[in-house]
Design a protein around this ligand. Structure first.
Ligand code: GRF
Length: 244
């Protein structure tokens, strides 16, 4: 199945998808193209390094044109690029622009996003600070389909992460990110394996035949790889994940 990824920044979720593919955890998935609206997005560099096509498609506010029409022109260029490459699933991995209704209608229940909270709690921006200010003791991440309401589409998967009393925005973000990198690829594989069905706004996942167990077993390879990558950036994963 051909996947197109849209990203505006760092691209760590995209990197985790690349790793899942190269470790043969994500199967029958081709990361066909990475599209960014930011020229210097590190996500573009990750794509190039891994021989994945990297496209920079800037948003340009056309003089005298209403904002929505400029948005549509930008989205249309992206849709054209995705369609030309036969993309079946669009993945938003830190894509910082809202999609036009026309984009969403082109890919109904075929655009996934990851949000770093347990939706419907804390949609929008500055999520981790919202969680801390609310005094929540549990947070996490949500993979959902994108519909026309912001951060409110059908929920596919959620992973819970505990909040520590001394958490800062940064420490909570780092801990949640570890689980984002594990959860997003799983949702993509569920979709590619045609294991999900959306009825109204509810996602039903078919885990029969030991799907979940065999995924967990396969993803073990990635977990060990993830452990090493955090060590490389100087932070042992045990420290990031420590719960008092
Ligand atoms: C992630 O925290 C994701 O949940 C949010 O944007 C961030 C993107 O990070 N939507 P990265 O670019 O994947 O590193």
């Amino acid at each position: 199945m051909k996947v197109g990824v849209l990203a505006s920044g760092r691209g760590s979720n995209f990197q985790s998808m690349v790793d899942h593919v190269s470790l043969d955890v994500l199967r029958d998935i081709e990361l066909e193209v990475l599209i960014s609206n930011k020229r210097n997005a590190p996500a573009l560099a990750i794509a190039r390094k891994n021989d994945i096509e990297a496209l920079y498609i800037p948003y340009v506010r056309k003089r005298g044109l209403p904002k929505e029409e400029s948005r549509l022109l930008h989205d249309q260029r992206i849709i054209d690029a995705l369609q030309k490459r036969g993309v079946e699933l669009v993945v938003l991995a830190g894509y910082m622009r809202l999609l036009s209704p026309q984009f969403i209608d082109t890919y109904p229940n075929r655009i996934m996003n990851i949000h770093p909270s347990l939706l419907p709690k804390h949609p929008g921006l500055h999520v981790h600070q919202q969680v801390i200010d609310a005094g929540d003791d549990v947070s996490g991440c949500t993979v959902h389909f994108v519909n026309k309401e912001v951060d409110a589409g059908p929920i596919i998967l959620q992973t819970k992460v505990s909040v520590r009393k001394d958490d800062t925005e940064e420490s909570l973000a780092a801990r949640v990110l570890v689980f984002e990198h594990r959860t997003f690829p799983k949702a993509i594989q569920i979709f590619a394996d045609k294991r999900l069905r959306v009825v109204e706004k509810v996602v039903f996942i078919d885990y029969s035949g030991g799907w979940g167990e065999s995924w967990d077993q396969r993803q073990g390879v990635y977990l060990r790889h993830q452990e090493k990558s955090w060590a490389k950036v100087g932070k042992p994963l045990v420290e990031v994940l420590r719960v008092d």
